[in-house]
Design a protein around this ligand. Sequence first.
Ligand code: GLY
Length: 403
Amino acid sequence: MHAANGTSDTSCHSDTSCHDVSCDVLVIGGGIIGLVTAWRAAQRGLATAVADPEPGGGAARVAAGMLAAVTELHYGEERLLALNLASARRFPAFTAELHEATGLDTGYRACGTLAVALDADDRAHLKELHALQQRCGLDSQWLSGRECRRLEPMLAPSVQGGLRVDGDHQTDPRRLAGALLVACERAGVTFHRSPAVRALLARGRAAGAELADGTRIAAERTVLAAGSHSGRLAGLPEEVLPPVRPVKGQVLRLRIPGPYRPFLSRTVRAVVRGGHVYLVPRENGELVVGATTEEQGWDTTVTAGGVYELLRDAHELVPGITELPLVETLAGLRPGSPDNAPLLGPTALPGLHLATGHHRNGVLLTPVTGDVMAEVLTEGRLPAEARPFSPLRFTPALQEQPA
Ligand code: GLY
């Protein structure tokens, strides 16, 4: 193991002359998943580096930050539910620890969620979801339309009923990313503000990466945490590249002026014409409206159609939103995996680990991902809660998990 801060160059930028450096752990990708992995690794005494041109960016710049383990439950995803719930339970302590480490508030808000139905089809869908939640032992309560409006008076009169889920909360992903960045810096993580372009291999092992600025970072363990881009790193054998793909989400940010507050007291969501729409009110007056789900490759264009659909559906749910200033439109790329679950831990290539494929749950899964990756990087094996999410599930011929 290298000493903490063991890299020989701590500020290798693309505008300086760069050279070979080394560390215990190189994390490729500085989104929230890469940052939490780096933070936890550095806390365990591993000399850790992150390669990313803009650490703290990525899909978290766009995400609404719902911690929706219960309201985003899907058939056949019970194992993912267990991981989601484990992570949701860690959020309060995780938030407090980050605050203690950085002095920064990450906007965690235990506000709950109300999922409502606007017509008979939506109602049938929500009733099925409620039955599934009950079978899974989850806490959710069916409310009439009147009861929904009593909780949230801005809801449309047409709301027919809904599910009150008091355990699905929110955090602010941008503030979370900012706090993780500071926590990493304070824990001694080295940042290389250049993208990794090629994996380095030595003696049949992953051995770090070469960056676009020419820096070569040698690492005992390499963690690929580049979100939807994780499957694109050159230099790796095809069979260990993660099967992740970009799933586009367009998101709007509105502002709730002081006189309109509280506009909504909790996250409100619905399935309208088959598409998910959610409104996430922040304490600072921001109202996040999301999100489209589009298989459009690497396209991150904000389209008139995407904005129209979000506003149309959100307006059906909460007519008063058309009074609010629209302050931002953005599109991001979720890292989708074949089973909608993350890929965590060792791959078939010794020395190469994955922390990617979090799809719709990247923010929610941040605390548990940090804990799992720290364990695997220090102890060499996945903790029991993460074993169903081994990348080796997509290479079933391989039974053993290399360290
Ligand atoms: N989890 C919300 C989304 O992916 O849109």
